[in-house]
Design a protein around this ligand. Structure first.
Ligand code: ZN
Length: 183
């Protein structure tokens, strides 16, 4: 993170045909899609342009394409999806850690019939996991529920764009899409 605003990446949010964001691409890809007529450009960067030999180009930062891909959550969670939902934060002590320092905890332990579901899984640090053993603890730092949306790519890349891009992207991100996002 950090760095000067003008050194931040130029990236483009991609919306599907229902205007729901599902991807983020480089500015080169966004301009290529625009030139090929494969997208509708909804927003350009308010300040920055990119220059080729012949001209300066406005940079699309929000485009819409004719796709049905989405970030709607369906089915059972994966380990990483639980980490993203919980913001890489231990549900019991609140510490934020890297994925290789985290574990998945069954709130109701497997031995007591707890299942691999959105409602029964939380992100947990190793210390808490060892101390908890087969007990049932109440998660303090997350709500174990199935999120409506989950958009890990956004969570990673929103930190690498400038504040102008971020405030424009905000208009296109539905509530709940980036639950527990820790910026
Ligand atoms: Zn912990």
């Amino acid at each position: 993170m950090g760095g000067k605003e003008e050194e931040k990446q130029l990236l483009c949010l991609v919306l599907n045909k229902s205007f729901l964001p599902f991807d983020i691409v480089s500015w080169q890809k966004a301009i290529t899609l625009e030139i090929m007529g494969r997208c509708l450009t909804l927003e350009y960067h308010p300040v920055r342009k990119v220059k080729s030999v012949k001209r300066a180009w406005n940079v699309p930062i929000v485009i819409k394409v004719n796709s049905i891909r989405s970030t709607l959550v369906t089915g059972a969670p994966t380990r990483m999806m639980i980490y993203y939902r919980d913001g890489f934060r231990c549900a019991y002590c609140g510490r934020m850690l890297k994925d290789n320092e985290l574990t998945i905890d069954h709130v109701v332990p497997k031995a007591k019939g707890g299942k691999w579901t959105w409602e029964n899984l939380v992100t947990c640090c190793r210390d808490c996991n060892i101390r908890k053993k087969e007990e049932i603890w109440i998660p303090k730092y997350t709500t174990p529920a199935k999120p409506k949306f989950l958009f890990p790519k956004y969570m990673k890349l929103v930190k690498q764009v400038d504040t102008a891009t971020r405030s424009i992207w905000d208009k296109y991100i539905p509530q709940g899409l980036v639950k527990s996002l820790a910026l």
